[in-house]
Design a binder for this molecule. Sequence first.
Ligand SMILES: [Zn+2]
Length: 403
Amino acid sequence: MKKSYRYRIYPNKEQKTLLEQHFGGTRFIYNRSLFIKNLMYSKFKINVTEIDLNNNLKLLKELHPWLKDQNSQSLQQANKNLLTGFKNFFEGNGAYPTRKNKKDQNFSFQVPQNYQINLTTSKIYLPKIGWMKIVLHRDFLDKEFIENELVTKEVNGEIILDQKLNRKFDIFKTLTVSRTSAGRYHVSILIDNHVPEPEPVEFDEKTTVGIDVGLKSFAALSTGEIIDNPRFLNTSLDRLKKLQRDVSRMKKGSRNRKKAVLKLAKHHQLIQNQRNDFQHKLSMKIISESQATCIEDLNVKGMVRNHCLAQSISDVGWSEFIRKLTYKAEWYGKTILQIGRFEASSKLCNVCGYKKDDLTLDIREWECPSCKTLHDRDINASINIKKIALNNLSTAGTAGRAC
Ligand SMILES: [Zn+2]
């Protein structure tokens, strides 16, 4: 769902002049392009396209050098808006586009990309204008986005939202700068929060995938796919151990120790970022390739305490992955089905249902004594997780109807 958030900004004197120039420049381009489009059609029956109009910008900049100081993307957006106006008109959704007038009180222009917001100091950056004070009187960004550094970066301890970082998520759309007649300036940020449509996507056996948390690998899918732990993570973990040793070797309170501690902290952040990145990509892939995802409700804390598997389990960050998977499923109307952790998904043969009670953790592959199928331990488990989840669902459904 798309939502707009409007905030007041406080440009300085110089910036006010630049903003006024942008209001004028985008209006000028809009009117000029409208003129060209009308003329070319009435005289030559030529349908001028957005590309034509954008190419013409170069020429207009030569003829009117004051346009060169302006954000080209804002000028191009004026062309886009004009063509949207035409499209709406031809589809019966609006009036024929007309010239924009200063008298119309229409003082606005758009910044499609490359804006930044410093959330720590409450400042906004617009290309060709610079940094200005912004009053963020309400949150427009889910804390989850900041925590996971989806669209923000940290510079000198300050959190900065960078529209450039947004490309793969496509959350931050066009920003509109406007001035009221009272001389107040505002920005309006269009955000697509990816909240799913109210109707959930339907799923069946074919469009459902089961996932089992891997120990050697990151995960196994019921499709037969094994997702390996990313190699960079292992390299980073080796370096982490070295940095930890460095810290412990240095004298407490010494300057070198402080430096080493800082290095270690930075490296922790790097690993966190790498892991987040990997998990985001994978959860996105799984959510987009299936309509429902079945997982085991693992009590990760319990497992970490009880086993020597501690290292691998905390490293793969399974519970964090499930969290990402779950909210992405919500965004896209997909379903997550969980099964209890005590359902013996590993020990059952997914083909004939034979239960192999003596299956220990070190056995990676096994042959079913009953039907002779050769199983990869994790893939077999993921298929069972899917079967059990879908079965629980249909039983619950029947019970529901019976009531
Ligand atoms: Zn079997």
